[in-house]
Design a protein around this ligand. Structure first.
Ligand SMILES: Nc1ncnc2c1ncn2[C@@H]1O[C@H](COP(=O)(O)OP(=O)(O)OP(=O)(O)O)[C@@H](O)[C@H]1O
Ligand SMILES: [Zn+2]
Length: 812
């Protein structure tokens, strides 16, 4: 018998053939995790995964042997997941071992923490039946004495490595229990604070010029003697550390428990009856589940159309049919409200997976899903690999979010992987969004997916009215806030309603944005913003390499007021505070949300209406549902358009639609103000459409994409060569281009580059890109493997690193 396995370290991760003894043979299945050893050599033991079983044909006897089978002999990857990892390796042009590892939590892939405990076993009359071999006797005698040992200790005491199979037999007999125990000594420690016991009398007085520090002191006073984390106090670490320096506050370290908490909870909402359009969508979806056939739906529902209720009702039906489900969200921390709503409905039937879990919790969660104890897995990207059997549905919420793409190897897209998993499992896949990705919408238009439209908000709530504020021609209340927006904010505060303000992402520092007219110079061939290069003074396209002379003035209006220096959220917070001195302002950006649970805390405060203004970066655009928000304002709404990425318009449109959608979600109507520099941009023309603005934008933008062969009119593959020496990176990229051109006839695709990456140098390495636009078909994995090996071998001495990104989301 011959077995094809993949192991991480042996054979550089390429699959290889191993032998298995006759006695172990019947216990081995594809998807099993096994212990391997080299027959000759140092007897090193490694972990591998069984890819396939096949008869032994070659003359040459393999040198690797399978010693034992782990996890009780049950495959760690079920057939659908095996198929999925195979598809991923093939589609994303990466090694199978990388996709296998991506599909298993690290906590599952190790044996270091395996523990054996004795269960029900005494030396009674039945005992001889159990301990009927020398090995069983040795194990049970040791276990009776010790009660609990690590597998490693057992192996040493008995002097044998192959114990797993016998241990699992004893476990199946109910005599032993085999588990993983991760030491809890490594619990994360975090800084915590309390008021100094020797606080000077005049502390408050001396802090009157530092309002944040003063506030922190006041909150800490209410905690008495107990230590608290920065996010519980609601102050930044900088503020607290400044107080520590002054001797007003004491600092200590405390272990963090990693129990799941979004830091956000709402009182459970009363059960809602689906509206007629929700019901119609639901019927279509439930019908498909009962068919037990693969099908993908695109649920295109405007903001506030009640998609979450449809998901929840669908999941109830899936569970009732005895099936399981996966729910993907872009990032748990950013969407505590959504995660909370699911939990409220499914309690113990749902496992919420998140990155702050300890290894033990991750292992336990995996184990309970694998045993079918919990039926629904909810989490970010990697939750798509949840070890569930009998899948009925996979839901991908906010399917347009680029967080679904992993930006390290394997560079998979969780949405596309979800569709494939549904296909292999004969389940349905539901993609939901108010602003679907163009790829998904195009598939729906072509009939590959079934489109379900929800064009209206629930309960008669209306879509918010949008107004553009042209910054150049408008009076300003402060450096970044127009009179108009200011007066609108004041109006809402008067009515005791709430306001969300979005400080759009910092524009891309390397490209040009005219502060007078909003003009952004573009590559005439690629239609993406050109990037500034200092020597020689040029603007260059980082897709095709096209370069023009740069004159330091706007090519449209000749203004020299060009470089946009970002004004961060902190500065805007100050401006707002000056305009509304009495008002408490919540700020949500990377600085205020670095601590765990802090998103949830900020949102909870806003939800409880302890503050009426929430200011933040893109984070405030995601899925929030607060009925009292009647005004949304966006500062520099067009700045994201200067990012040198062909998706810049799509992303800006989507961000602005999403953030606008936070307004007027209840009976109170909402209004939205976008502060812009260039009113004429197509994105705004589309946003101002009262009806079907997404569809109109999609049509208009798709035509442009088609002309230049951008997705969804083609598929992109990005190749990156990086090196410490710029010319080496470029030479490797050029070699890559030549190899690709030989392989790709003109009617099949185009090869662009080499061009320096948008961010040309990262951590001392120069980066060059080759971009392939594939019109149809795909690149053959063996050819790509050959080419990568070739490039690596050729440029080994200059330390060139080579990577491939299929369907890249980030082209910087
Ligand atoms: N049938 C219903 N009856 C009453 N209220 C409902 C109903 N369905 C949904 N809602 C409420 O409508 C609001 C919007 O729903 P939800 O948050 O699911 O919208 P959404 O489609 O996910 O929007 P977005 O894309 O903006 O996140 C929520 O407060 C929800 O509780
Ligand atoms: Zn170009």
């Amino acid at each position: 018998m011959q077995v094809l396995t993949g192991a991480d370290k042996l054979f550089q991760g390429e699959p290889f053939v191993a032998t298995v003894s006759d006695s172990l043979k019947q216990d081995i299945l594809p998807g099993c995790m096994v212990l391997l050893s080299a027959k000759k050599g140092n007897g090193r033991v490694a972990i591998g995964y069984i890819l396939a079983l096949m008869p032994f044909e070659s003359e040459e006897v393999p040198t690797i042997e399978i010693l034992d089978v782990l996890h009780g002999g049950r495959p760690v990857l079920n057939p659908a997941l095996m198929q999925l990892t195979e598809w991923m390796a093939d589609y994303y042009l990466t090694r199978r071992i990388d996709t296998l590892m991506a599909a298993l939590p690290a906590a599952v892939r190790t044996t270091v923490h395996d523990v054996v405990e004795i269960k029900h076993f005494t030396l009674n009359a039945e005992a001889p039946k159990v301990i009927n071999t020398a090995l069983r006797r040795a194990i049970m005698q040791l276990m009776i004495r010790e009660k609990r040992l690590t597998v490693h200790q057992l192996q040493q005491r008995i002097g044998r490595k192959q114990l797993y199979r016998t241990l699992s037999e004893l476990e199946r007999g109910g005599h032993l229990q085999l588990t993983k125990r991760f030491s809890s000594t490594k619990a994360k420690q975090k800084s915590c604070y309390r008021l100094s016991l020797s606080l000077p009398e005049n502390a408050e007085e001396s802090l009157k010029n530092s309002p944040k520090q003063l506030e922190a002191i006041k909150i800490l006073a209410s905690f008495g003697n107990t230590f608290a984390f920065a996010e519980t106090i609601g102050s930044s670490r900088e503020t607290l550390n400044a107080l520590v320096k002054k001797g007003f506050v004491e600092k200590s370290q405390m272990a963090v428990t990693s129990h799941f908490t979004t830091g956000f909870s709402e009182t459970p909402q009363s059960t809602k009856t689906p509206t007629a359009s929700q019901q119609k969508a639901l019927e279509q979806l439930t019908h498909a589940v009962t068919q037990e056939e693969y099908k993908t739906f695109l649920l295109h529902g405007v903001t506030g159309s009640g998609k979450t209720l449809i998901y929840i009702e669908l999941l109830k039906k899936v569970l009732a049919a005895g099936k399981t489900a996966i729910v993907l969200v872009p990032e748990i921390a950013l969407t505590p409200q959504t995660a909370g709503r699911f939990r409220e409905h499914f309690h113990d039937d749902i496992t919420i997976l998140h990155s702050a879990m300890s290894n033990q919790e991750k292992y336990d969660a995996w184990h309970s899903l694998r045993l079918g104890k919990t039926k629904i897995a909810l989490g970010a990207r990697s939750t798509i690999f949840a070890p569930l059997e009998n899948l009925g549905a996979i839901i991908v919420d906010e399917e347009h979010d680029s967080a679904y793409k992993q930006d390290r190897n394997p560079r998979y897209h969780a949405r596309d992987t979800a569709i494939m998993r549904a296909m292999f499992s004969k389940a349905i896949c539901v993609l939901g969004s108010a602003t679907p990705s163009f790829e998904s919408y195009n598939n729906a238009v072509k009939g590959k997916y079934t489109l379900i439209n929800l064009p209206e908000r629930v309960d008669g709530a209306t879509m918010p009215a949008i107004t553009l504020v042209w910054m150049k021609g408008s009076p300003k209340a402060s450096a970044s806030i127009s009179e108009l927006l200011y007066s609108q904010i004041a109006l809402r505060l008067e009515k005791n309603e709430q306001v969300i303000l979005l400080q759009n992402r910092r524009g891309f520092a390397g490209s040009i944005f005219c502060l007078a007219c909003g003009h952004i110079p573009l590559c005439p061939f690629c239609n993406i913003p050109l990037v500034y290069h200092a020597t020689p003074k040029q603007l260059r396209c980082h897709y095709c390499g096209h370069a023009i002379h740069f004159t330091e003035s706007c090519m449209k209006c000749s203004s020299s007021n060009l470089f946009y220096k970002s004004s961060g959220t902190e500065r805007i917070e100050e401006e707002l505070q000056t305009l509304f001195p009495e008002e408490k302002i919540l700020r949500m950006d990377v600085d205020t949300t670095s601590a765990k649970g802090s998103h949830g805390r900020i949102l909870k405060e806003f939800h409880d209406r302890k503050a009426r203004i929430l200011l933040g970066t893109q984070m405030v655009a995601k899925g929030l549902d607060f009925p009292a928000v009647t005004l949304v304002g966006v500062l520099m709404a067009d700045i994201g358009l200067n990012i040198p990425d062909f998706r810049a318009s799509e992303r800006t449109f989507s961000l602005l639609t999403q953030v606008a959608g936070r307004a007027g979600r209840s009976s109170l109507p909402g209004e939205v103000y976008f502060q812009v520099y260039n009113m004429e941009n197509d994105v705004f023309t589309a946003l101002l459409q009262k009806e079907r603005s997404y569809e109109k934008f999609f049509l208009q933008e798709s035509a442009l994409r088609k002309e230049l062969h951008y997705p969804p009119a083609s598929r992109l593959i990005k190749f990156e060569c990086s090196a410490e020496e710029e010319n080496q990176a470029e030479a490797a990229a050029l070699y890559c281009k030549k190899s690709l051109e030989l392989q790709l006839p003109a009617e099949k695709g185009r090869v662009l580059g080499p061009a320096p990456a948008g961010i040309a140098k990262i951590r001392g390495r120069y980066r060059y890109h080759i971009l392939v636009k594939l019109f149809d078909g795909k690149l053959s994995p063996p050819f790509i493997k050959q080419m990568s090996d070739d490039i690596i071998a050729r440029f080994r001495s200059s330390g060139v690193l080579f990577s491939i990104d299929v369907d890249p989301q980030n082209l910087m």
